[in-house]
Design a protein around this ligand. Structure first.
Ligand code: FE2
Length: 249
């Protein structure tokens, strides 16, 4: 058996959909209730769907009983404040797991490389069902910020940088890619993140909004890349040394 995956994501692991007219909607993310939850930078999260419909953002596998990132329960008080965000998450008609708005404070390129990680979206997801991928819909207007994707965490030649203007809509296999956001600021960045189950519904949605993996990175000076690689390697080595000394103590 194998997971059901999306042909559109098979080769490149991400698609960029048509840009959404974000300015036409109210800024619902400003009305939501956020919880402090550190994830790849200085972040807070506003759950729209969570494991049990509570205002908390833990992985569904950390609940009792543990379960896959599917069948998220809508948080009533949040849904009332953000009907457009909920409508957008529900539009594909695919099963939804975690659905939340993330708030991220500004950071640097080095920070973002340090923060590169792979998501654990498919923990406990039964073989033979749909592979979980995630939507990243930029709510604030951050054209100078980018989502960084790397097939190989330490190889900058595998890097994809997708600018995050308001209304940018990405669907990414974040369990495949090392990923993080480089957010220029100066204001916090807001993004709607939805876990969707791959299948015919999601495929039809990607086709409807002309999902494409064709993309050219915005330019970035090679010296900036090289310096950041060196700095992040140092930071990672320092962290490893700290962890080692703690485990000895
Ligand atoms: Fe992630």
């Amino acid at each position: 058996m194998a997971y059901i995956t999306s042909a559109a994501l098979e080769q490149h692991g991400f698609v960029i959909l048509d840009r959404y007219d974000q300015a036409a909607d109210p800024q619902e993310w400003r009305d939501l209730e956020y919880v402090d939850w550190k994830s790849s930078g200085i972040t807070r999260f506003a759950p729209l769907a969570s494991a049990q419909g509570e205002i908390e953002v833990n992985g569904f596998w950390n609940h009792t009983p543990p379960r896959a990132d599917k069948d998220g329960v809508w948080v009533t008080s949040q849904v009332e404040r953000a009907p457009n965000l909920v409508r957008r998450a529900q539009e594909p008609g695919a099963n939804i797991g975690r659905c939340r708005v993330i708030e991220l404070q500004p950071n640097s390129y080095v920070d973002s490389l340090y923060n590169l990680h792979q998501d654990d979206n498919n923990r406990l997801n039964p073989d033979g069902t749909g592979w979980i991928v995630r939507g990243y819909y930029n709510l604030s207007d951050d054209p100078q910020s980018v989502m960084i994707l790397r097939e190989d965490r330490y190889d900058p030649t595998t890097e994809i940088r997708i600018p995050l203007a308001a209304g940018t809509q990405l669907i990414v296999d974040t369990q495949r890619f090392w990923h993080a956001i480089w957010h220029a600021g100066p204001e916090p960045r807001y993004s709607l993140i939805t876990s969707w189950e791959s299948g015919p519904e999601l495929d039809a949605y990607i086709a409807k909004y002309h999902g494409t993996s064709e993309h050219t990175n915005p330019p970035l000076d090679q010296q900036v890349v090289d310096d950041a690689q060196a700095k992040v390697q140092r930071r990672l080595a320092e962290r490893a040394a700290t962890v080692a000394s703690k485990s000895k103590a």
